[in-house]
Design a protein around this ligand. Structure first.
Ligand code: MG
Length: 364
């Protein structure tokens, strides 16, 4: 078979002539030959496979710039790149599903009698602790607990520790303001975006110095802010928040990791994920140059509830049942955080640890 006109190639590849012209302009799929007199494009039949790959990648919504990268890779690496892209799509969808659920709930409640009195006076009893562990020389984890704010951050890279501390500082400014529940999520997201902007400026300043190829720095952030009778949650990365209610411990955050997305897909069991060599590979973090899209949610705070926030230095090191035992049996939050950190260190303390324990109590 000789060369194909753009119409013939479009029919064979299921891409429109308009798309083919665009892909030519973008250097994604240049024709084999362009007639110098007429400007007509001609394609070789052996370009069909490349064209079909482009069409399939468009169908899963991959941006064109990323398609160009994938098309330049060997098949094995291309498969890995598509897998990583799809894991990001699913993490993003999961976050938007949570936000949609919140909005449905919020709008359904608007104009009705609140189920819980909004002037209910709730407070939290809290403790926080961070520890370098037994192996690392420095501590890039941060933990903070105050009368309205609970937060843990797990930094990575050269500037990760300060980035985590700065992200928590940005949230502390919300602790003193009185924001209605409807605005609290926007305020949290805005604070996180500002922290990400600061991190980007620090990265740019560092890159103009002697380290143009400095590895990416960033931080996880999992935080809760008490407002009235609700706790607003902001979460990005693989630190975790758990809720102890009626004797059961529930993880209320979703890890933004590659292995968690593989567990969600049914391609890994949770046990396999726990020992996977890439188990700490984050899909999302508060980082530059990655985008920042934290999960945001409101929880009704109930007297008697206990929250645990921790970095992976605890959750990846101490088995869940051990954590539940300490959290259930230790009344004082200060003693609980000390015991949890001691358990991580007794298990070798391979990573920095940050944890916060907080009880919701009725004020009266
Ligand atoms: Mg860690």
């Amino acid at each position: 078979m000789g060369s194909l006109t753009i119409g013939e190639f479009a029919r064979a590849s299921r891409l429109s002539p308009k798309a083919l012209r665009l892909y030519d302009d973008l250097g994604l799929l240049p024709p084999a030959r362009v007639d110098p007199a007429s400007g007509y494009r001609f394609y070789d039949p052996d370009q069909l496979e490349h064209a079909r790959l482009v069409a399939w990648l468009r169908r899963i919504g991959m941006p064109l710039a990323r398609i160009r990268e994938v098309c330049g890779l060997a098949p094995g690496a291309a498969a890995a790149a598509v897998r990583a892209y799809w894991a990001e799509v699913e993490a993003d969808t999961a976050a938007r599903r949570d936000l949609a659920a919140f909005l449905i709930d919020h709008l359904s409640q608007t104009g009705k009698e609140p189920a819980i009195m909004s002037n209910a006076s709730l407070a939290i009893r809290y403790a926080s602790l961070s520890d370098p562990g037994r192996v690392r020389e420095s501590n890039q984890d941060s933990a903070y607990a105050g009368s309205r704010l609970l937060a843990v951050a797990d930094g990575y890279g050269d500037r990760g520790g300060p980035a985590g501390a700065a992200a928590i500082e940005a949230l502390k400014r919300l602790e003193t303001g009185a924001l209605p529940a409807g605005e609290i999520l926007n305020a949290l997201e805005e604070a996180v975006r500002r922290a990400a902007d600061d991190l980007m400026e620090a990265a740019e300043a560092a890159e103009t110095a002697e380290t143009p190829e400095a590895p990416e720095s960033g931080t996880t952030l999992t935080a809760m802010l008490l407002t009235g009778s609700q706790l607003a949650l902001v979460h990005i990365g693989d630190s975790r928040a758990y809720l102890l209610r009626d004797g059961e411990l529930f993880q209320i955050t979703h890890d933004h990791t590659l292995v968690q997305s593989m567990v969600d897909d049914g391609r890994l069991t949770p046990e396999e994920a726990a020992s996977h060599p890439q188990r700490s590979l984050l899909l999302k973090a508060l980082a530059f140059p990655s985008g920042v899209a934290p999960d945001l949610r409101l929880h009704d705070a109930r007297p008697g509830d206990r929250y645990l926030l921790c970095s992976d230095g605890l959750s990846a090191v101490v088995p869940g049942p051990e954590v539940q035992r300490v959290i259930s049996a230790t009344a004082d939050p200060g003693q609980a955080v000390r015991e949890l950190v001691a358990l991580a260190n007794a298990a070798g303390g391979p990573d920095n640890v940050a944890c916060v324990v907080a009880d919701v109590v009725a004020q009266g």
